[in-house]
Each structure stands twice: as C-alpha cells, then as structure tokens.
Design a protein. Sequence first.
Length: 234
Amino acid sequence: MDKDWVISRRTFLAAAGGTLVSIGLPGTFVKLADAEQYALAASTRPDGRPRLPPGQTAVEKIRNMGGTPGTADVTNWKLRVYGQVKRPIVLSYQDLLDLEQVDIVCDIHCVTGWSLLDSRWSGVRLKTIIDEARPRADGRFVIFEAAAGFTSNIPISDIHEEDVILAHSLFGEKLPRANGAPVRAIVPDRYFYKSAKWLEAVKVSARDEPGSWESLGYSNSADPWTGQRFDEKR
Ligand SMILES: Nc1nc2c(c(=O)[nH]1)N[C@H]1C(S)=C(S)[C@@H](COP(=O)(O)O)O[C@H]1N2
Ligand SMILES: [Mo]
C-alpha cells in the first residue's frame, strides 16, 4: 500500500474523530509521481485557485468508492424531475440522449484525499434538465435522489456552471456500473460526495436538505479549496 495514502487516510480518520463514518473503502491507489504532484499543486486554474486543493493527491484512475447501485437495465431507468417546478417531468434514458449532449473535462476531488484531474464526462447539463421542468422562483436548492435512498444537495445557482452535468459516459465509454451507471451527477468543484451515482430523481426545493454524507457532518458546502472537510456540529 502506498505510504502517503496510509498517512493521509489515518489523518482523515483521526479528523473524523470516530463520530463519523468514513466515506469509501480502504484500498490502494496509484498516485502520480511526486514531481508531478508538486507541479500540479503549484499550478493555477483560470479562476486563480490551485489546481490541486489542499490535502489532495492526484491519482491516475477513478476509484470505486462503493454505495448501493440501482437498476442495471437502462430500459427500466427513469429520471423524475419534480418539486418546486411548474412542469414536473419523467425522462427515460432515450429522452436524456435526445437532449443536447455535452462533453466536459474537469477535475474531481474526493473528500478522502484523492483527485482525478482531466476526467472527461459526457451527458446533459443539469441546467438543460431543470429548465425543461421550469423551476419556480422559490426553488433555491437541487436535491439529487439516488438508488437505496442516497441523497445529496447543492444550491440551484450551481446549475449555471457549464460543467455541472448528469453524465452517462466517462472517457467516451458508458459509465461502469460501480461508478454510477446508467446516470450520475457530476459537480466538479465540490467534494465528490455531491456527485450522486445511480441517479433516480432531481428535486427542486425551496429549502436546503442536507444529503446522506452532509447529515453525518461532512461539509455542506463541500468546497475543496477551503480544506474544510467537516462542518462544526450543527
Ligand atoms: N448513490 C450514491 N452516490 C454516491 C455515493 C454513494 O454511496 N451512493 N458516494 C459518493 C461519494 S462519497 C463519492 S467519493 C463518489 C464516488 O464515486 P466513484 O465511486 O465513481 O469514485 O460518489 C458519490 N456518490
Ligand atoms: Mo467520497
């Protein structure tokens, strides 16, 4: 097992203080060479923030962090868009493919300390889908609802980010089941626990509804650049 990973994982668990469940499964990951890590940490994004947020290590491949999958059959899959909307809709997988498709290249950051830079996802902008349902003025949050009751929450203003999408493919191939097939959310600039896999519904809500990990104490804003992985006890 990689030495840095062992250390960062131990630090992470210590920070969790035993009151929190750790996100993800123990295991190894292949990190980039040290020289590359330092170069990445020193480089900046167009918005001026460092490419590698504090405490993150860049890895070569996406990890499978577990969770409970939903249906494996795309013909059975449905996406419900409801809540504070004027026109609730239910989309089939084909409906999703018939909407405007986008390809994005982004960095993802898991709260356990790994980042996958330059990952390429394909799908539909979340904004495209929410616009179809015509959100009401008091709809201020988006709640992702996934298989087995998993949820996560983001402010509705995030939908204006071009790279917040519902993805069906990773690096040009259909998503592996473990990584959320048929469809998952991708919210690049927040810790990866916001990016619900095996998505089943998108709810527009007037109030914030902390999701599965957020309710356990993981940061509700989930901004990787603050380095703050947990919120003070709410
Ligand atoms: N439905 C569902 N989505 C989920 C999770 C989960 O347990 N269930 N885990 C989250 C967490 S903590 C992370 S880090 C990412 C992991 O995605 P990956 O397994 O594709 O790396 O999925 C997020 N989405
Ligand atoms: Mo995570």
